[in-house]
Design a protein around this ligand. Sequence first.
Ligand code: IVH
Length: 658
Amino acid sequence: MVKNRIDELIRIINQASYEYYVLDNPTMTDQEYDDYYNELLSLEEKYPEFKREDSPTNRVGGEVIDKFEKVTHEKPMLSFDDIFNEEEVIAFDERIRKTVKNPTYTVEPKMDGLSGSLIYKNGVLIRAATRGDGITGEDITVNVKTIKSVPLRLTEAIDIEVRGEIYMSKDSFEKVNIEREKNGEPQFANPRNAAAGSVRQLDSKITAKRNLDFMAYFLPNPEDYGIETQSESLEYLKKLGFVTNDKLNTVAHNVEEIIDDIASLAAKRVDLPFAIDGVVLKVNSLEDEALLGFTSRVPRWGIAYKFPAQEVLTTLKEIKFTVGRTGKITPNAIFSPVHVDGSLVSKATLHNEDYCILKDVRVGDIISIRKAGDVIPEVVEVKLERRQEDSVPFEMISICPMCATPLIKKDANHYCPNDECPARNIEGLIHFVSRNAMNIDGFGDRIIEDFYNMGYLKTIVDFYSLKNYQEELMMLEGFGNKSIQNLLDSIENSKKNSLDRLLFGLGIRYVGKKTAKILAEYYQTMDAFLNTTYDELVSIDNIGEMIAESIMDYIHREENLNLITQLKNLGLNMQYEGITTVSNSAFDGKTFVLTGTLEKMTREEASVEIEKRGGKVTTSVTSKTSVVLVGKDPGSKYDKAKTLGITIWGEEEFLKKL
Ligand code: IVH
């Protein structure tokens, strides 16, 4: 019977994958595997009614979704505190010994990917989620199903949650980057970014091609399975069909053994097929774990030891000068790209003239690079003994590299004094997103400068087409998927802003926040404003000749009118919404998050009321949130607010405060 054959093929192929991925002991040739696979595929095509959830053919992906649904984790997905040296390892052990007699520890490689939670019902994978902020993650089930080392069906028909790392092997990382280079796409900086970007694809076919892997390392509810130690958890995971780091995980009985095991992992690091950025230590006995418990943020029973920053040698190819938003000139070291702690880097700041002279950097020098604070690359030193005889000492430039204006020197820094310099454009962009202008949350000055330098932003219109580059942006070093998503959401939200914010945001000379409001109130629409005359302007209270002249100058320039037309076409609101500010200290300067359904007004209306009173409304609860306004059937934001101890208002309280 066809159904029986399909069942049999699924069993044979899944068994072969288990032997290949988990036991690292292939029992089938590639040809045999392909034959079984193709037979299954053609049977499933002919008889779709017999296609099963756990069929390996599901791994090619194909499902395309619009967005990732949010999911709340049963138990928060925490991470450990980081430590960086031997003393801290000793201190950790001493601290544990205050609570626990003779602790033993598992010593596990710290996989450099992103953590994921997998939920199985009756042994079948039904949901996979990202960690997100630890409380709420995103449903990435369709994508995780494409990962070959994730079992679609366990060896036991149980209900269980499994946590581990979704990562990209060094091999797949190289391949993906070669492919991207061929297609003229930006390269991934490191395997972690590549994994994070790949697992958050809306088209699971793309994820399937990226060849991700999963390493299981944690059971949130081990007691449900009669497990008493972390090592037993790892063994059980393997038995269920997961890949674990069974060749690298060890158990240490004292601090000396921990330190030895760390050294041994550090020595193996370069030869491993995947990136690791440290070692995770966990108290082995779960009873001891329970005794140790948690601080307000992290478990006390474990810690992450991070490998020290790597120093890598490379050749300084060029010193390139960039102009900051204030006109400040920064020399940057541009060197042959090198991998430092898992990311490919090719430039580092040299701050200013004095710094360059102090370090005595010269083009052609061999320099050593490391990542300061784990992210930003810095030049440690020049290898003077390897300097070429004909090397030329550093010399500061005297004219602006952007506009050729002679530079002026203030203290240690050089500045371009030209107001029209492209660097000023950056300032304009920063002004546009600022709180009193379009109030686009999440854009620091640095991000704008980076986006400008990378070509994503040239004029304010470009903010609204950033969403076309969502995928690329998510790959950028230092930007999580979530932060890019938040950024794009707040850009989209800003389209609804009242005309006064837009007028202020345009950066018309002498049009400050107050003037923008007066103008918006008077003209009501952008069109009316653009059709004004000098005489009409000066007839308005508080608008003097200087402002009127500046406005007339602005609205007579073709490029400005084009810009406004483009903004209009992009769907920005061009009307005054009549919001008048009300002073109220319960709201002014505070950050609000809304969750659940309000009875007396919509959430949008509530947001308007909050903003009228000088408050800000954001979408996610963080330690910076001042108040969470909770309606009926609140979501996970409510739980998170409670966890973080943030002030919570019900609707009634909110109305009273209004
Ligand atoms: S255990 C409560 N084990 O590193 C923490 N985590 O700070 C439970 N990681 O966010 C996680 N390798 O993403 C654990 N062998 C390992 C790990 C590991 C990498 C990640 C994980 C977590 C962070 C630990």
